[in-house]
Design a binder for this molecule. Structure first.
Ligand SMILES: *Cc1c(COP(=O)(O)O)cnc(C)c1O
Length: 383
């Protein structure tokens, strides 16, 4: 198989680009342990989709394997295959939908399949039979999100069908919560109740209960009865809470510092326009520096006229429109020199710029900030 082109592994030994993401592995370890302790006996499936929420799929998968996570969750089969190719041995579930011609890849690489209809079960069963192997599946139940999965009210037939497939091993059954990060948990409780209703099948038929899982970060933080046999934390592992309103029942810390360097300095005269579209004109002379990061890196253009960065401990505004590869920062009368460190997101010890702030400036949620830091930005790991 050809290697994916947009591959998160850096292929050069020396990182030459000043813009980079530093990931603190110790903080990630602590976050994982906090969650593990909080959920007691439940198994933990760290979610690694979208390049491990921007932290770098490969190294982060290795970290959770070292930490003896029970399972890993990815979004697409390619992510799972990559993890097998680099030698990850623990079980991996692909959370997204599957279609026919992908099934052999799952079987070949020992990846667990999300099965979400009777047709798909039959297809998987047939392919597994041809390949003389057993397919491992987790059955997906829709308890109120209308995404993939069989409706809870028609699940009985789906479960019956699953247990008729001779070449399928039902290892898990799961559902996903639509609203667990909100203050009002009534809908989350309703989804859990519907899921528990479906699960009575196993007692009624005296079938051994597969691994039951439904809790994402919001539920792990707010609704302990949703832990069941396994939890699927994503964003809290990375030290960011799923919303502002969510109950912060344990403390996690962000592990990313997104940094760059000052690469250029100039004085901009009063009245002269800055950047594409001439959207900013200082009314007095200012000093400005250029930083080599832009919307092509995931530093959203929507943050133009709102974003701030940290240089030498001070917060300064980004001026003019954010370009694809560069931003311009107003440092007024202060000084900054080529090579000075710039923090785009993260802390310099005393001051910080949070993922939530970037999300606010960009008019989005922290998830989108993390997952959009482009793979062209090298990830560097600290322990
Ligand atoms: C993304 C995802 C999660 C993790 O969600 P967080 O809110 O980041 O904790 C869990 N389960 C499924 C199915 C997902 O797609």
């Amino acid at each position: 198989m050809n290697k994916p082109i947009n591959h998160p592994i850096i292929s050069i030994d020396e990182i030459v680009r000043p813009t980079r993401v530093e990931v603190d592995l110790k903080i990630l370890r602590d976050n994982f342990k906090k969650i593990k302790t909080h959920v007691n006996q439940a198994k933990v499936m760290p979610i690694l989709k979208a390049n491990a929420y921007g932290h770098g799929l490969v190294r982060i998968a290795q970290l959770y394997e070292e930490l003896k996570a029970d399972y890993l969750g990815v979004a697409v089969v390619e992510e799972g295959i990559l993890l097998r190719e680099i030698g990850i041995k623990i079980p991996i579930l692909v959370l997204g939908g599957v279609w026919g011609n992908q099934v052999p890849m799952f079987l070949k690489h020992n990846l667990a399949i999300t099965a979400s209809s009777i047709d798909k079960l039959n297809q998987i069963d047939e392919i597994a039979r041809e390949m003389k192997t057993k397919a491992v599946v987790h059955l997906k139940i829709d308890t109120g999100m209308e995404r993939i999965g069989v409706h809870y009210y028609s699940a009985e037939k789906f479960l019956e069908a699953a247990y008729k497939c001779k070449n399928i091993v039902v290892q898990g059954i799961y559902s996903h919560l639509a609203n667990s990060e909100s203050e009002d948990l009534s809908y989350t409780k309703l989804q859990l109740e519907r899921f528990n209703g479906v699960l009575t099948f196993f007692e009624r038929r005296s079938i051994k209960m597969p691994i039951r899982h439904i809790a994402n970060s919001g539920a792990i933080l707010q609704l302990p009865e949703s832990n069941l046999d396994m939890v699927r934390p994503g964003i809290t592992l990375y030290g960011v809470y799923p919303s502002n309103q969510v109950k912060k029942s344990f403390e996690v810390k962000p592990a990313i510092r997104w940094k760059s360097l000052v690469v250029y300095f100039k004085v901009i005269k009063a009245g002269n326009a800055v950047g594409y579209g001439l959207t900013y004109k200082p009314d007095h002379n200012i000093r400005a520096v250029t930083i080599p990061v832009g919307y092509g890196d995931g530093y959203f253009r929507n943050m133009s006229h709102k974003a701030e960065v940290l240089i030498n401990g001070y917060k300064y505004p980004v001026i003019g429109a954010i370009s694809m590869d560069q931003i311009i920062v107003n440092i007024e009368n202060n000084s900054a020199f080529n090579g000075d460190e710039v923090i785009l997101m993260g802390s310099d010890g005393t001051n910080s710029i949070t993922c939530e702030e970037l999300a606010e400036w960009a008019g989005t949620i922290p998830y989108e900030i993390l997952t959009n830091i482009n793979t062209r930005v090298p990830r560097v790991y600290y322990d």
